[in-house]
Each structure stands twice: as structure tokens, then as C-alpha cells.
Design a binder for this molecule. Structure first.
Ligand SMILES: NC(=O)c1ccc[n+]([C@@H]2O[C@H](COP(=O)([O-])OP(=O)(O)OC[C@H]3O[C@@H](n4cnc5c(N)ncnc54)[C@H](OP(=O)(O)O)[C@@H]3O)[C@@H](O)[C@H]2O)c1
Length: 329
């Protein structure tokens, strides 16, 4: 088994590669993409309230015909509609109609979001800003939903060391995982989180590991990755995933393409040498390539900043819905 499961600190296990549903959108497309990933061997689906396609993920999982215990499902508390953790997890699991402010803005009908399962394997607080009114209070709610059996394991996402320290100071149940951005260009910056997590037996889940090929090509990481890929007769993607695996992280990735997904799975068999890993680390530490400002990048940056600044609450979701609906008019 190339991607061996990783032991969690609560006694359970997590498959060490997951298929993510961020940006997959709604409708038949994401259903068939999740279905494709499962049929190729992915047994771990990573979704979130804010991806707005828990329904599609759930449909694909149910239609896969696999027993519930054969699929590891992660979803995240993203603070949608300003609802609390206990209400949100119930909405994610079951067919509960959520009230959407987009309706008030004239943006269209409410959308029901639910996975249609009795429990999720892992529930994460999507970002420390969403831990309201504070991290200890939010974590207590997480502990309660675990106690109620709605979620098997609980964890966090995008938590810095200081956030984890606050959480651990009052936690009765340790978080099993912290899902963070991890690729060679941010490795040095994220290292304190990796070290702190290792000390406290918190598994790191890495997202956006492929950024050096997807958004930041042309930087110092390209050369060592290509040299390793050429030597091993594999793709650059596979080398980056193998590098991430070598850091002990669960890889959360995605693709719409069968060939790439097969490559991701096969990357679990790649054995990078210590020199390979050191070469990628050193290249990453030099920083990403300079991206010149174009009108497109400025607009993207402005939109991302506005959305990110609102992401912690109800307003972000209203705006997003409103803009999408407006763009369709
Ligand atoms: N917790 C959080 O805050 C957070 C944040 C971001 C993401 N995530 C999770 O992590 C998952 C993966 O995130 P991600 O999409 O950023 O991860 P990624 O693994 O870095 O990128 C996957 C994307 O890269 C594209 N890709 C792969 N190889 C490529 C190549 N050689 N050239 C060009 N494009 C290539 C794929 O597109 P194709 O479809 O064309 O193959 C796919 O859309 C998400 O779905 C989500 O579940 C979590």
C-alpha cells in the first residue's frame, strides 16, 4: 500500500492521501470527479461547508457503493451563516434546510448542503478566526460533538503555533490534525508548526502542495524537482507529493484528470533520497519567483483580499452568493 494510513492521537487512522473538493463547484461535475477519485483508489474525501459541495461529495460517496467505514470523510466548520459548530455539523450531516441570506439579497434560492451520512471521520475548525467567541469555547463545542458521536475525530486547520498553544491549554481532547498550506516555498515558514505538531502528536495535513507547478512555476524549486523527476521517470507533481509525504504530512490534493490522479496515487511509492529532499528544501527557502503585477493579478489580489477579510462570518457568504448570482444576470 503506497500511501499507508497514519495513526492519529485518538487511536484512529487517517488515509495519508485525500481528494479535496475545493473549487469543484456544484452539480454533476463534482459528483463525477469525487466518483472518479474513489474508483481510482482514493478512500479519503476532504470537503468543507464553505466549498458548498458537501452534497455532491456525499452523493458520490453514497453512490460508490462502498460501506461507510471504507471512506474517510473530512469536513470543516467554516462559520457559514454565522451558525455555531453544533448546528453546523448537524446541517453538514443531515438534510436540514439552511437559511441563506443570499435569498434576501435577491440572489436566488436557498441551497441545502448535507453529506447524508451519520458521522464524519474528521471535523476541522477551518480557520482560527472562526473559533468564536474564542478558541477554548469553540473547542469545547468540538469536544461535545465528538462525545455525541457526530464526528469521530476533531482537529483544526490553518492554526499557527500560538493558536495551538491556546487550544491545548484548555483542551480535554487533543486535536488530531492541523490542515495547513505546505509546499516548498512555505516550508521554512511553516516549520515551527510542523515541529510543534510533532511534539504534541498532531498530524499535519498539507494542502496546495502543488503550488510550485500550478501558481508559482519558474522559481528555484523547478530545477531540483525536474532533475529528480527526470531521474526517476516521473512527473513534477509526483515529486512534489513525494516531498510532502516525506515531511510526514497527510497530502490533500485534487485533480479532474484520471491520469493525474493515478500519478498522485503512484507517487506514494516514490522514495526520495535525503539529498533530494534537502535540494528541494534549499530551493524553496530561496523563495517563490517574482510575479510581475499585471492588471489581472491586481484584480485577483484585491478580490482575494476582500473575500479573505470577510471569510470569517456571514457577510462573506452573502457577498459571494450575491456576486455569483449577479454575474449570472
Ligand atoms: N483547509 C484549507 O484552508 C484548505 C485550503 C486550500 C485547499 N484545501 C484542501 O486541499 C485540496 C487541494 O487544494 P489545491 O487544489 O490547492 O491543491 P493542489 O494539490 O496543490 O492542486 C491541485 C490542482 O492542481 C492542478 N494541477 C495538478 N497538476 C498540475 C500541473 N502539472 N499543471 C497544472 N495544474 C496542475 C489540478 O488541476 P486539474 O484538475 O487540471 O488536474 C488541481 O486543480 C482542496 O480541494 C481542499 O480540499 C484546504
Amino acid at each position: 500500500m503506497p500511501w499507508d494510513p497514519i495513526q492519529l492521537n485518538d487511536g484512529r487512522e487517517i488515509p495519508s492521501i485525500g481528494f479535496g473538493t475545493w473549487k469543484l463547484g456544484n452539480g454533476d461535475g463534482p459528483i463525477s470527479q469525487v466518483d472518479q477519485a474513489i474508483s481510482l483508489g482514493f478512500s479519503h474525501v476532504d470537503t468543507a461547508q464553505s466549498y458548498r459541495n458537501e452534497t455532491e461529495a456525499g452523493t458520490a460517496i453514497r453512490e460508490s457503493g462502498l460501506a461507510r467505514k471504507e471512506i474517510f470523510i473530512t469536513t470543516k466548520y467554516s462559520g457559514l451563516d454565522g451558525l455555531d459548530i453544533k448546528t453546523s455539523i448537524k446541517n453538514s450531516l443531515k438534510n436540514v434546510r439552511r437559511f441563506s441570506f443570499s435569498f434576501l439579497l435577491g440572489g436566488g434560492a436557498c441551497r441545502e448542503e448535507f453529506l447524508g451520512v451519520d458521522y464524519v471521520d474528521l471535523y476541522l475548525i477551518h480557520h482560527p478566526r472562526l473559533a468564536v467567541p474564542d478558541i477554548p469555547t469553540a473547542w469545547k463545542e468540538m469536544e461535545e460533538i465528538k462525545e455525541q458521536g457526530l464526528v469521530k475525530s476533531i482537529g483544526v486547520s490553518n492554526f499557527e503555533v500560538s493558536d495551538l498553544a491556546i487550544l491545548l491549554a484548555s483542551a480535554k481532547v487533543q486535536p488530531v490534525a492541523n490542515q495547513i498550506l505546505l509546499h516548498p516555498y512555505v516550508y521554512a515558514r511553516q516549520l515551527p508548526i510542523l515541529e510543534y505538531a510533532a511534539k504534541h502528536k498532531i498530524v499535519i495535513e498539507a494542502y496546495s502542495a502543488l503550488i510550485p507547478v500550478t501558481s508559482l512555476p519558474g522559481g528555484p524549486v523547478d530545477a531540483p524537482v525536474k532533475a529528480i523527476a527526470d531521474r526517476l521517470g516521473v512527473s513534477n507533481d509526483q515529486v512534489l507529493l513525494a516531498w510532502t509525504k516525506a515531511k510526514g504530512a497527510v497530502v490533500v490534493t485534487t485533480s479532474s484528470k484520471k491520469e493525474r490522479l493515478l500519478g498522485y496515487i503512484n507517487a506514494g511509492d516514490l522514495a526520495l533520497t535525503e539529498d533530494d529532499i534537502a535540494a528541494i528544501d534549499a530551493a524553496g527557502a530561496k523563495g517563490p519567483p517574482f510575479i510581475p503585477f499585471t492588471r489581472k493579478t491586481i484584480v485577483r489580489w484585491a478580490v482575494a483580499t476582500i473575500v479573505a477579510s470577510l471569510a470569517g462570518g456571514v457577510l462573506s457568504m452573502c457577498l459571494e452568493d450575491y456576486m455569483i448570482q449577479r454575474s449570472k444576470q
